[in-house]
Design a protein around this ligand. Structure first.
Ligand SMILES: Cc1cc2nc3c(=O)[nH]c(=O)nc-3n(C[C@H](O)[C@H](O)[C@H](O)COP(=O)(O)O)c2cc1C
Length: 176
């Protein structure tokens, strides 16, 4: 954990998608803390409709075949994020299922913790979910949401400028 990290804002200023890892393994006690954030994450109606398949250097061959970028193949840990729509809360008014929202929240909280630990992460949504399902024996009713690549970055996480829309393009005051 970075002792110099003092505020939430500093934490999220540092976060960025990491696609190049230095190969150093993530210590088991650190990874345990990251997993705890997945477990403690909020979810709609506390349904916790999520599953995570963990692949490390010992058992990642099938997953590597599903990844295109070499950087991701070199990540010491991969987490396959899975959502079970049957377990998730569905909003009555429009039937929207919140499984993927719950998945995004849990992963975001975990990536925040990873950033605090000096660990880089990248969401990898550009996968073939069916190929991942088959290679990992994931049941047919479970959604394969993404793979999260995790590892120590080649260069430390520091604040950098980002290409983002202006706040005025995002915020609508009072009404759209
Ligand atoms: C839902 C989601 C899916 C993403 N999928 C991919 C992906 O398949 N491959 C990739 O290299 N980056 C992926 N990213 C990373 C984004 O490209 C990145 O977040 C964005 O460019 C902003 O950069 P930053 O994360 O460094 O701030 C994804 C991010 C999110 C949130």
């Amino acid at each position: 954990m970075d002792a110099k990290l003092t505020t939430f804002y500093e934490l999220y200023d540092r976060r960025k998608s990491i696609r190049d890892f230095d190969g150093r393994p993530i210590e088991p006690e650190v990874f345990a803390r990251l997993l705890a954030t997945l477990q403690r994450a909020q979810s709609a109606a506390n349904r916790q409709p999520l599953h995570f398949v963990i692949a490390d250097n010992a058992n990642r061959e099938p997953l590597n075949a599903c990844l295109t970028k070499e950087g991701f193949k070199a990540a010491p840990l991969l987490i396959v994020v899975c959502a079970d729509q049957k377990q998730a809360w569905t909003r009555k008014a429009d039937g929207v299922n919140f499984a993927w929202v719950d998945a995004a929240i849990a992963v975001t909280e975990m990536i925040g913790a990873a950033t605090a630990e000096g660990i880089g992460a990248c969401w990898v949504a550009a996968i073939d979910p069916q190929a991942v399902r088959v290679s990992l024996n994931i049941p047919g009713h479970i959604d394969v949401v993404a793979i999260i690549a995790l590892g120590y970055p080649k260069t430390d996480l520091v604040r950098e400028e980002k290409t983002r829309k202006q706040l005025t393009e995002l915020i609508h005051n009072g009404r759209w």
